[in-house]
Design a protein around this ligand. Sequence first.
Ligand code: SAH
Ligand code: SF4
Ligand code: F3S
Length: 489
Amino acid sequence: MGCNDDIKRLIEAEDLTLPPPEREPQRQYYFIKKCREIVKKKSEELGHPLYACSVCMGCQMNARDSEKLVGILELAGFVLSEEEDADFVIYNTCTVRDNANQRVYGRLGFLNSMKKKNPHMKIALCGCMMQEASVIEKIKKSYRFVDLIFGTHNIFKFPELLCTMFESGRMVIDIWKDTEQIVEDLPAERKYPFKSGINIMFGCNNFCSYCIVPYVRGRERSRSPKDIIREIERLVKDGVVEIMLLGQNVNSYGKNLEEPVSFAGLLREAEKIEGLERIRFMTSHPKDLSDELIEVMKESKKICRHLHLPLQSGSTRILKAMNRRYTKEQYIDLALKIRREIPDIAITTDIIVGFPGETAEDVDETIDVIRQVKYENAFTFIYSKRTGTPAAAMENQVAEKTVKEGFDRVLKAVQDTAKERVALLQGKVLPVLAEERNEHDSSLITGRLSNNTLVHFPGDTSLIGKIVEVRLEECHGFYYLGRNIKDDV
Ligand code: SAH
Ligand code: SF4
Ligand code: F3S
């Protein structure tokens, strides 16, 4: 993709007869070039191109990291493949809940059987789960066939690590505890040509008591507004119309920069970029959401009418134990203020059921918030104990049966209120960004409203990446079936 053209030239210019440069990212450009030679040689030996398969198992931030991994693999001469029997397979892991970890171990078993058939196959693991010492121990002991392991802080070193892996023939492990470093200008290959995530910050300082993210992603650090705007401008030149600004808590963006900037200030700058149509962001921590942000959203033509505002629990007592730093009332006041100021906004949320000490009455409080705020959508999670977090050491862990009951009640409340909210748009004609062919019915195109609600409508793939005016005809709970108004007769 065009964005990588400058980088391609810089890679070309590296001289492999010299020792690798010290500076980043030049050093990695050198190793991309070197890797390309290794890949070429291997594929000549094998008599076919070297296929690489990259699997992302985590959140949007992991997905963006995976786009960087894929960008590097392509420039290093691999041919991308969806098949996990490729010559090189990399899993970008997540560890936010235990089921994510179990999935990795399960799939590793399968990869091992592949590798037995195809001994030159290489297997790499990276991402959040690799930042846990216990995981590394387990892999070293029971999954000896893994070839390369690295973490979240040194992902920029991927080209260098690839070369080391090919050259050493041993298991290569490189994990950093934390970093201050932000390496700009790495190649990336986007999953969608017309939209892109952009990291505006890394890490998290909030230490919600259940959450492992601050331990595996390190301390909060913001990219400079200049670098972010430059990246967006390049993406727009390359065909991107929608961006999503990514951070664990975008509302605290810029506070620790040498010249502090607010998140709202960054949005104002992004708004000015010509050719950019839609701006999204995630995630907003309720404790840091400013009036200035509401103001900017209200005035903006480009910022999407969607706010993801994780609640986690509606019980002030549980919120305190979670270290969320807001009360039930503060949250409701904030959400209702936003609904008042920006009436066409959709609010979505994350909820955890089964946090230590949670009772049926606490769950009632959560349901009360759901009924008052009426989310357009909500992700409900069963609490998962994460070793090393304060909540894991709490004594009053909730019995599975109680959790299940609470979970079902919360889910029901979410479905009921969402149906009611989403149905409010019935019959309206609204712009939809067409994103892909519908998975189940190939005569339909799937896209999103500004407020993030999914819309399926008859159309062909020539519409993908375009903004189409669609009449919202049938509301099906969380999504709509609609019709392109150009197809009206
Ligand atoms: N930074 C974001 C959330 C990132 S993790 C925020 O603060 O909103 C995404 C979601 O996973 C969280 O909102 C939370 O609902 C859920 N989650 C995090 N840790 C969890 C755990 N230990 N068990 C269950 N769900 C968890
Ligand atoms: Fe986890 Fe809380 Fe940070 Fe979100 S804000 S990543 S839930 S610690
Ligand atoms: Fe994201 Fe999972 Fe890591 S939610 S930050 S990939 S632990």
